[in-house]
Design a protein around this ligand. Structure first.
Ligand SMILES: [Zn+2]
Length: 466
């Protein structure tokens, strides 16, 4: 091989190598397009950072912050609620309006209405007196926020000539968490395969020497052990529930639960069933207990499906709601079932709030039962009140909002690890109809498609799952 040929070979080899590197590079970016966008995003972020550090604005400029004390702090279903107390002062005479504010780092504010009552030297502000309304966590945009209380006063005075003069003033309060509950971690319900993770905790305000509650909302994959909703097929196995007319409650509720799961799955929701088969034994409490599952998978919503029993002429729908709640979901569900499923509102008038809508709390007889039971077993009776939800599935999955109380003092079963939780699952118990009424139960079986369609559509509307 002469020198010239050698040089030609070297040139060819180098060309082939360069070509291969080029082809490899192009292929790599085709396979990993995110590498390209990450690079440009990083550049963008650097540019944004340098801009913001040059033009950094103090979003609290000219704002005087006074400390307020967080007294109650709960999430029930999809709604966050606060009770906040402020020292009363002459400055707060003539309150005109009060808001809970989410203030982002650019200073933009999102407002939520707050009510207030004056109690001697304190004023107590609250977002809602219903456990399932208040601040809707599902609708908050991804961002970082300071949470503050804003009170607007309006002093009216009259000039010498009788002219009315109004002076409005904004008072801002940072919120210090004095409750036993600290950080909240919440996942929004799956919409278009996406979820947000919301973290709420107390933090220092930048450039100020005070703390306030802060909220961080960012997109996040749903962890494997977190679910959107839970369907509880009433009873199971040896506990077959009611049976009449040749039908068994536990078998029919399981059938309904499967059908509901199938339809909620199609909406893209992550659905957990409390039971998958007609098991002979199912724990009520303890980490996998029927009344505990919904809380342990951080579900937002739960429906417990049952069939009623009674005199053979009794028929129709009953939806049982959590105590102290807005009854909108139950009203819509009862109305839609009656309109579309060839059924009626139940004739039962006990615990009735509205057609087909019921709230069952402890009454004198139920109190006596709790006391008697505890006396027999020799433990300190549970501290129930007239605002304690009667049905275990509603009460125990709702934490402190619904009066959960299974704390382990009863030696015959395990405790509910979430009995003292400030996060609860919004739960409804649906009595589809009466198994003891032949035409009612036959309709429930024949019309399963329309019943389940109505349940899914009503839930979809209520949870704003477009
Ligand atoms: Zn039942």
């Amino acid at each position: 091989m002469n020198e010239k040929k050698k040089t030609n070979y070297v040139i060819i080899i180098i060309s082939v190598l360069l070509f291969a590197i080029l082809v490899f590079g192009v292929l790599y970016f085709i396979i990993h397009p995110e590498t390209v966008s990450t690079i440009s995003n990083n550049n963008q972020n650097e540019i944004l950072n340098s801009m913001s550090s040059e033009e950094e604005v103090d979003i609290f400029e000219n704002i005087e912050l006074v400390s307020a004390s967080l007294e109650k702090y709960t999430v029930y279903g999809t709604h966050l609620n606060f009770n906040i107390s402020v020292n009363n002062s002459d400055d707060l005479d003539n309150i005109y309006d009060a808001k809970i504010i989410l203030k982002n780092m650019q200073g933009d504010e999102t407002n939520y209405d707050a009510d207030y009552i004056v109690e001697n030297d304190k004023i107590l502000f609250s977002t809602s007196d219903k456990i399932n309304t208040g601040i809707d966590l599902e609708s908050i945009n991804q961002d970082e926020y300071y949470i503050l209380l804003k009170v607007i006063t309006n002093k009216v005075s009259y000039g010498e000539n009788g002219d009315k003069k109004e002076t409005k003033k904004e008072h801002y309060y940072n919120i210090e968490n004095n409750t036993e509950y600290k950080d909240i971690e919440y996942y929004t319900i799956t919409r278009k395969k996406k979820n947000n993770k919301i973290d709420i905790k107390e933090n220092k305000i930048k450039n100020r020497d005070v703390n306030t509650l802060c909220m961080n909302v960012k997109e996040s994959k749903l962890p494997a052990n977190v679910y959107d909703i839970v369907i509880d097929a009433g009873h199971g196995g040896e506990d077959c529930g009611a049976s009449a007319n040749g039908y068994t409650e536990s078998e029919l509720t399981l059938d309904y639960a499967f059908k509901l799961k199938e339809k909620f799955d199609k909406l893209g929701l992550k659905v957990k069933l409390t039971r998958n088969e007609n098991e002979t034994r199912m724990d009520t409490y303890g980490e996998d207990g029927r009344y505990v599952i919904a809380n342990s998978v951080k579900a937002k919503f739960q429906l417990s499906v049952h069939l009623n029993s009674g005199d053979s002429d009794l028929t129709g729908v009953e939806v049982y709601c959590p105590n102290s709640s807005n009854l909108k979901f139950a009203e819509n569900l009862a109305n839609n079932l009656v309109l579309n499923c060839n059924t009626s509102y139940s004739q039962n008038n006990t615990w009735k709030e509205n057609d087909g809508v019921y709230v069952r709390n402890f009454n004198d007889a139920a109190f006596e039962e709790v006391l008697e039971y505890a006396r027999e077993l020799g433990f300190e009776p549970y501290n129930v009140s007239y605002n304690t939800a009667y049905y275990g599935v509603i009460r125990e999955s709702g934490g402190i909002m619904t009066g959960a109380y299974i704390d382990g003092r009863d030696p015959t079963y395990e405790n509910n690890p979430y009995y003292n939780s400030n996060m609860g699952v919004e739960t409804y118990l649906l009595e589809l109809g009466y198994i003891t009424n032949l035409s009612n139960i036959e309709n429930i079986i024949a019309n399963e498609e329309s019943y389940t369609d109505v349940i899914v559509e009503t839930t979809k509307d209520y949870l704003n799952l477009k």
